[in-house]
Design a protein around this ligand. Structure first.
Ligand code: NAP
Ligand code: MG
Length: 498
């Protein structure tokens, strides 16, 4: 624990205790240092100060974890009945609820999301996700197929895919981890979680809670480390059957290329450049409020952020004024200041990346109507930013920024809109604001996006699949579809007339 934390930030005694303990790998039921003895630092983005030094997993640690995960898969975890798996996941959800205050503080210290948002907006969803998949655990069944062949019975059996490596980003650390872990464990898989290097602390807390819940050792192990060490070792390891990844397109592509060597199953939740579409007939106040939260929530560090604003020309000025007004209402500050409505970015690198895009946009003729500046030299802060007049070819319009920057473009008619909205390599999400059901039905059919929100933005639910078309990924988190990604189908042919 650093002086900066004790001086500035009011956290629960349990959180101080957690930060005082060594942050070690969770392998089997042990907390261990890395074989190499190496550590890496995790910082508090609200202050830029050191939060903790964390054990840095590498190949030897991955070897240990994979061996133990496989032993659990074929031993202790296989012996647990399906309904007992469900009970254990529910128990874990209960522990998450019971410790939601501490977990939220730890998460917000590590990633900068305002602590009230983490506590009230995100932690309940984490517990709910475990409960939803707990319900699936004993409802995984097979079927029989009538082939018409005399004396032949064909039975389909669903089996866990095996040892899963879950590799997740820093924007919603617990949520992203849970979206992989809950369906994987419900399916009977074992999981090795590699959190993002910026946010390892709640992943470790979750690993400890899983053991406390009674989930057998080796079923959920946690290996903090860097992408190029722990991450790459997991992806290359022949004992890993599946990679469940959320992160950038570049890393998703690199993982897929390596995984094909052993035909590992791969599911990918990648980036986006999602449009918020505002028609002239929309409830303009609702549209402004929703589109603003669609881009500025979590400082824009959301894969499904509404980072492109497409507004019908006749209401363009009114909407843009409204969005600028909403941006200027936002109080940017520490995740632990109750007045804060938008926290810092995750890192100084992310501030540089966001500023770089805004400068590129300016260079291409974009006008910055508000924001466009990094503030507060101590933490990693960037003002909510609205850009107009950038040409459609500009990188600020085409590429994912992952920050609080929205680029707005006018459109004339619904006919010209669909091409514009789909003119992106990504296809994660889209929102449509209109009072006309014909518009919303028509557009929601032709938009190439995994989620379409009509007169709202950003809803997710454990029962609803979430994921991308096109470069935004492959596979879905949430719902039955997510569970299926952790199961193999075996066809058993029995000749009973020999
Ligand atoms: P990232 O750089 O792709 O990292 C994601 C994870 O992959 C981290 O744990 C990272 O480790 C690890 N990694 C990096 N290189 C690796 C390698 N060669 N092999 C194996 N693992 C490797 O993404 P990020 O910058 O943390 O997160 C932002 C991105 O995530 C954005 O593009 C965003 O759109 C996407 N995202 C998508 C969704 C979705 O559901 N579609 C949700 C949230 C975020 P390190 O931490 O050490 O780099
Ligand atoms: Mg951190």
């Amino acid at each position: 624990m650093t002086e900066a934390l004790s001086a500035e930030i009011d956290v629960l005694p349990e959180v101080r205790e957690t930060l005082k303990r060594p942050q070690l790998l969770i392998i089997g039921d042990h907390e261990v240092a890395a074989h190499s003895g190496e550590t890496f630092d995790t910082l508090n983005p609200s202050t830029g100060s050191l939060l903790a030094r964390v054990a840095h997993a590498d190949r030897d640690d991955v070897d240990d974890a994979v061996r133990i995960a496989r032993a659990a898969l074929e031993g202790s975890w296989r012996m647990v009945t399906a309904s007992e798996r469900g009970r254990l996941l529910n128990k874990l959800a209960d522990l998450i609820d019971a410790q939601a205050g501490e977990l939220a503080q730890l998460e917000s210290l590590d990633n900068g999301t305002p602590v009230g948002v983490t506590r009230n907006g995100l932690l309940p969803g984490v517990a709910a996700h475990f409960r939803y998949f707990a319900g699936w655990a004993d409802k995984i069944d097979g079927t029989t197929i009538d082939t018409g062949m005399p004396g032949m019975s064909v039975q389909l059996q669903r089996e866990p895919v095996g040892v899963v490596a879950a590799i997740v980003p820093w924007n919603f650390p617990l949520t992203m981890a849970t979206w992989k872990i809950a369906p994987a464990l419900a399916a009977g898989c074992t999981v090795i979680l590699k959190p993002a290097e910026q946010t390892p602390l709640t992943a470790l807390a979750l690993g400890r809670l899983a053991l406390e819940a009674g989930i057998p050792p080796g079923v959920l192990q946690v290996l903090p480390g860097l992408g190029e060490t722990a991450g790459a070792a997991l992806v290359e390891h022949p004992g890993v059957d599946k990679i469940a990844f959320t992160g950038s397109v570049e890393v998703g592509q690199a993982i897929s290329r390596v995984a094909v060597g052993t035909m590992k199953r791969v599911s990918l939740e990648l980036g986006g450049k999602s449009p918020s579409i505002i028609m002239a007939d929309a409830d303009i106040n609702l549209a402004i409020a929703s589109a603003a939260s669609g881009i500025f929530f979590n400082s824009g560090q959301v894969c499904s952020a509404g980072s492109r604003l497409l507004v019908q020309s006749s209401v363009f000025d009114d909407v843009i004024n409204g969005i600028v007004g909403a941006a200027e209402q936002i109080r940017v500050g520490s995740a632990f200041d109750p007045a804060t409505t938008m926290g810092p970015l995750i890192s100084s690198e992310q501030v540089d990346r966001v500023s770089g895009y805004v400068e590129l946009g300016r260079g291409d003729g974009g006008r910055v109507l508000t924001g466009g500046t990094a503030t507060n030299p101590n933490g990693f802060y960037y003002q909510p930013t609205v850009v107009v007049d950038a040409p459609a070819t500009s990188r600020i319009v085409r590429e994912e920024i992952f920050g609080p920057v929205v680029v707005a473009q006018p459109f004339e008619s619904i006919e010209s809109l669909a091409d514009k909205a789909n003119d992106s390599p990504f296809g994660l999400a889209a929102a449509i604001f209109t009072r006309d059901a014909r518009n919303s039905h028509h557009l929601s059919r032709i938009l190439k996006a995994g989620s379409v929100w009509v007169n709202c933005y950003g809803y997710v639910h454990p029962a609803v699949p979430f994921g991308g078309f096109k470069m935004s990924g492959a596979g879905r988190d949430g719902g039955r579809e997510s569970l299926d990604q952790y199961l193999e189908t075996k066809a058993i042919w029995t000749n009973y007339a020999w």
